[in-house]
Design a protein around this ligand. Structure first.
Ligand SMILES: Cc1ncc(COP(=O)(O)O)c(C=O)c1O
Length: 463
């Protein structure tokens, strides 16, 4: 089972298979998705538990090719326009193979020396892109966990007592103010933290999907009038429904003035910092106490890798605390700082820094920023086409790479379902003010104008 010769042989075959898969998808050959209802798909996956081998190595490769790769959502296909999931850079996928085989547990430095250094290096680079000279942070398995980590730190630093040890009930009820479009992971974090999801007070947005600063001020005053303790504001840079960017500078200034923790959920949009054309839209992000930034979105990484970054390095220890003599030796603060699990929910975690380090080192900020420029430009082009087409309605001009729209003549749910079942395009949908919109996220820099024209034509036909 540990035979390296077999690994080498299978590795070559699998890489060939994946390279063909990649080529086919990048060129837009075949469908985006060969749709099968899950109730049908499950029938193939009801085999008895194998007590002995049921596949030869050759049959395993065939299953991979014929059953598994065929039933994937083809993420590199230029007509895959649904979720905010990156078509990953191939070299980053190879890095994940290295991470899997070397299996660096990373809880403490000695269980992943190079993995620890890679993580610190890429966190430093991301902090620098935000505009921070010194910062600290941790890579997590996804933005949801990163938001939880940031909000745990906010709670510990701002509550006014040692909430980690003494629990939530010692003082006035805590409140987190967030845009009505904040990702669900924010209210989930409040639930996990024992504050209750009602502790997240929704702040109204304007017609461009951005948090209204007057509404923020009013909501804050209301929290104080109700004798609650507002501790943090969550702004979003690239909100999930529409990709809108909250006015970070105004919100950050308000937070500093009122001594509130300023958290920026940039899971989707922080990568605009890589682009000289778009980074201006994130002005004020440098005022944040914490920033969340997903690698597996616009940094073109395979899932999962997200960063939670702290402007004050010391605050990166605030989210968690524990005694664990089998891991932590109680050495000097400086040498303990290399033991990553002080800062993270996870104990064992993947070597996530390698793929980011490789992408930055091989391509530099310029080329990575070029990917962002390209998908933002394609989103603008789609918006222009929708504006020019009388049978379509555009929700708003895109601020990032998410475009929401409706076809005037038909039911949007049926359009989406028909497109997905035909395999020609993959889109999502979103409900805003009780109105359903089709939602596209342009993640693929190879999505061309002809793909956009074909999308509008396909929707017209269904309509
Ligand atoms: C704004 C925002 N925050 C957080 C998340 C959660 O990130 P993840 O899916 O990496 O856990 C998402 C996911 O789409 C998001 O759009």
């Amino acid at each position: 089972m540990f035979d390296s010769t077999e690994f080498r042989g299978a590795g070559h075959v699998i890489i060939e298979l994946l390279a063909d898969y990649l080529d086919k998808n990048l060129q837009g050959q075949g469908n985006v998705l060969d749709w099968q209802p899950p109730q049908d798909a499950i029938k193939k996956w009801q085999q008895p538990l194998p007590t002995e081998a049921t596949l030869t190595p050759k049959a395993f490769i065939s299953a991979l090719r014929d059953d598994i790769l065929t039933a994937t959502l083809h993420i590199h296909h230029p007509r895959n326009l649904g979720h905010q999931v990156a078509p990953p850079l191939p070299v980053a996928a190879l890095c994940d193979l290295v991470a899997a085989l070397t299996n660096q547990a990373m809880a403490v430095y000695e269980t992943g020396p190079s993995a620890t250094m890679l993580e610190r290096q890429v966190l430093q680079w991301l902090g620098e892109l935000i505009g921070w000279e010194t910062s600290a942070g941790v890579l997590t398995s996804g933005g949801a966990q990163a938001n939880l980590t940031a909000l745990l730190a906010a709670r510990q630093c701002m509550a006014g007592w040692d909430i980690w040890q003494q629990g939530v009930s010692r003082g006035a009820p805590l409140r987190i103010l967030a845009s009505e479009h904040a990702h669900y992971s924010v209210s989930r974090a409040a639930g996990i933290m024992g504050l209750g999801t009602d502790a997240v007070v929704k702040v109204a947005t304007d017609d461009q999907g951005r948090m209204q600063t007057e509404a923020l001020q009013a909501t804050y005053r209301q929290c104080l009038a109700q004798d609650t303790n507002p501790l943090a504001v969550v702004a979003t840079a690239g909100c999930t429904p529409t990709g809108s960017v909250d006015p970070l500078f105004e919100i950050g200034t308000f937070c500093h003035k009122n001594k509130l923790w300023f958290h920026v959920d940039g899971a989707h949009g922080a990568s605009a910092l890589l682009s000289s054309a778009h980074r201006q839209a994130l002005q004020g992000i440098e005022l944040a106490d914490t920033v969340v930034w997903d690698g597996h979105k616009l940094l073109y990484m395979p899932a999962t890798v997200s960063a939670v970054l702290f402007r004050e390095p010391q605050n990166s220890y605030a989210a968690f605390a524990q005694e664990a003599s089998y891991l932590f030796q109680g050495n000097s603060e400086e040498s303990e700082s290399y033991n990553i699990s002080y800062r993270t929910l996870e104990c064992t975690k993947r070597m996530m820094g390698l793929k980011l380090w490789a992408a930055f080192s091989l391509y530099g900020v310029e080329k990575l920023g070029g990917l962002v420029d390209q998908v933002f430009a394609t989103a603008s082009l789609l918006a222009q086409k929708l504006t020019d087409a009388p049978d379509f309605e555009l929700l708003m001009q895109p601020q990032t790479n998410i475009v929401c729209f409706r076809h005037r003549s038909a039911d949007q749910v049926s359009i989406r379902q028909a497109l997905m079942e035909s395999g020609t395009f993959h889109l999502t949908q979103v409900k805003l003010d009780n109105q359903l919109w089709l939602r596209t996220t342009i993640m693929n820099p190879l999505t061309a104008e002809s793909d956009l024209d074909a999308l509008l034509e396909a929707i017209r036909k269904i309509g």
